[in-house]
Design a protein around this ligand. Structure first.
Ligand code: F6R
Length: 256
């Protein structure tokens, strides 16, 4: 695990955008696992600017998103399809047919889960998976209690997740109750993982992830077992760390 501590959201986003840019600028096939939510917005912004300024060829880039709400039209302003168009896809030349999100309106949602896994497999797996983290330790929409061996599946969103996401909707009632998400096994299969965290609301979950014991009660703790995990977090998100964990980060700004 590599932990990069930065001062604030802006610095977190700059570092993350630079890392993501390296993957797409190499000129060889890259499969990006993408996240939505508030955390990566600025990262996408900066990535878009860099790609536009450097006129980067993205014909070799494929994307697979972590999750999507069930029952929201793709054109709904809060659907993750819409989010990705707004923040990334419409601004950069990734061929449309190379961008994938789970279809939360599929007639047979169980079939859609299988289909989504097949897409990821057919691409040869994810090269780098971008993740945020829920205040309850969820990754993707894998809520506390999700078995670690699950692949793409359907979930009931935790009340706290719906409350956290209500800020994007007109009211809590409008936040969908169900979603389709890559499972923890799917996420763990990614070759590299980049997790971003900003703000005090993530401090407890991040403390668990970095120094807690691995437990399904806090899904993000499974990432301790991933061979290539980088966390970029700001001071507020790291504010609950014990002195011991903090000094390890400060000494080397790397290992834990
Ligand atoms: C988003 C996702 C979620 C978010 C998490 C944090 O695709 O899978 O796990 O990363 O809920 O959300 P924000 O960034 O809004 O705090």
């Amino acid at each position: 695990m590599i932990v990069l501590e930065v001062e604030n959201y802006q610095q977190m986003s700059e570092k993350a955008a630079n890392i993501m840019f390296q993957y797409v600028a190499e000129g060889k096939k890259a499969v990006l696992g993408l996240a939505t939510g508030g955390t990566p917005v600025k990262t996408y912004d900066l990535l878009v600017s860099r790609i536009q300024n450097e006129k980067t060829d993205l014909s070799h880039v494929h994307t697979v998103n972590l999750d999507e709400y069930i029952g929201l039209d793709e054109k709904h302003p809060q659907s993750y399809h819409h989010f990705m168009e707004e923040h990334l896809f419409q601004h950069v030349p990734i061929p449309k047919k190379q961008t994938h999100l789970p279809n939360g309106n599929a007639e047979d949602l169980n079939e859609e889960c299988i289909h989504y896994e097949q897409i990821i497999e057919s691409l040869g797996g994810v090269d780098i998976q971008l993740l945020g983290i829920g205040a309850n330790g969820h990754i993707g929409f894998n809520e506390p209690g999700t078995p670690f061996d699950q692949k793409t599946h359907l979930v009931d969103l935790a009340p706290s997740t719906r409350e956290a996401n209500a800020r994007f909707f007109a009211s809590l009632d409008e936040v969908p109750k169900k979603a389709i998400t890559m499972g923890i096994a799917t996420i763990m299969n990614s070759k590299n993982i980049l997790l971003l965290a900003s703000g005090e609301s993530k401090a407890d979950a991040l403390k668990q992830l970095i120094e807690g014991s691995v437990s399904e009660a806090c899904p993000a703790t499974v990432l301790q077992k991933h061979p290539s995990l980088t966390i970029i977090a700001d001071e507020a998100a790291l504010s609950s760390l014990s002195d011991e964990a903090r000094s390890k980060i400060n000494q080397s700004n790397v290992s834990c």
